[in-house]
Design a binder for this molecule. Sequence first.
Ligand code: GLN
Length: 485
Amino acid sequence: MSDITKQTLTDLVKNIKEKKLSSEEITKDFILRSEKSNKLNSYITNDFNNALLKAKKFDQKPNFNLKLPGIPIAVKDLFCTKDVKTTAGSKILNNFVPTYESTVTQNIWNEGGILLGKLNCDEFAMGSSNETSFFGNVQNPIDKNLVPGGSSGGSASAVCAQLTPITIGTDTGGSIRQPASFTGIVGLKPTYGSCSRYGIVAFASSLDQAGPMAQNVKDCALLQEIITSHDVKDSTSIDFKRALYSKELNKNIKGKKIGIPKEYRVDGMPKEIEELWEKGIEYVKDCGAEVINISLPHTSYALPTYYIVAPAEASSNLARYDGVKYGFRAKGENLIDMYEKTRSEGFGAEVQRRIMIGTYVLSSGYYDAYYLKAQKVRKLIKNDFDEAYKKVDAILTPSTPSSAFKIGEKKDDPVSMYLNDIFTVPVNLAGLPGISIPAGHDSKGYPLGLQIIGKAFDEQNILNIAYAMEDKINFKNNINDWWIK
Ligand code: GLN
């Protein structure tokens, strides 16, 4: 069967179950295509040889009851994978081989998934363009001059370029939804506590969530159903009744109330984004949903709040990288000198900036003025959503304030880089689920995404809305394979 890598996950699973394709055939094709993708720099580490062995083993004794029967999958290099190098995109972890597996990846292997390799990302998931990775930037498969977004840029580029049928990323402030939007794919950030954080290299623990990235809503729903689980190894994992999201997908969203928050009409928003949003409103109306104007009054405080809370937690989480226990160690004259050299040589500029900001806002004398204040504002942001959800079932916004920008364009301007997250961070601060779906193109043909934000634990509802919209939008990605050597 030709064009294996073009197939959706749903089709691959069907073809394997009907014995029209073997795991080996599928795995081989994704490996072949991945091997031609060096220009994209999507992978940090490949595990192709092992993947082929596992595929052959699967074919010898197939289990078609599994949800991912012999399906090869590459994952963001922020998930610890037992015996496979896990770098978090950082020099400080460039020789780190975990002795344990993250719960989320384990859930994938338990359903028959096969690890293809580890995908590039911003260093410690700090970034919006995949340009902070120690392993170099990733290119957008849509156009070689563009960033793929970040921090899950390798993941987004790999799904867009069909190097892997699906993938998982992590989203602390937008790192699944923004790159999904920049590459024309679907990305879901689940409710905080839905997917276990165990074995994920920590960035900001009260915000980090793993989530699926896929070519379409159905594949995304299936992967979410697999990775979500209650996990005693993560004290913030929540025990709630998880739906079979892919089975319960339903395009009928008649009568649903969709909120349009006026505060998301930010100054200087490109006309194309406004038009996209308007189109999105028409699509949901066409599906029979009711559109209601709402207000989320504290929206403008979300970005500054995030950029206090996230660095504060990061500075604390990253204290463990001291050259003693694991990872990179620089030579020093004495212990203190070794610590200093290890951390200044091992961490890149953006990570060091976050550690400095975080340490500052947590330091005595500034804690009340910054960190404590930010926590209070965070509560107000969450309250805004609680109020809105008394009137609506979900909220529709653009995913990002622009289409993918050029490589290097914002690299030296952290504030303009941070502004990219303006529509995504409020969702993390409030712990809510949000999904980005491809919804159109700008004048240059670059993809643009719309975001649907749900109530906590209401993933099924936003997946259904996304599913209904996907049908109306009928998005086609402009893939031209420029990167194939
Ligand atoms: N771009 C945001 C940041 O740099 C979000 C990153 C993320 O979600 N991991 O912090």
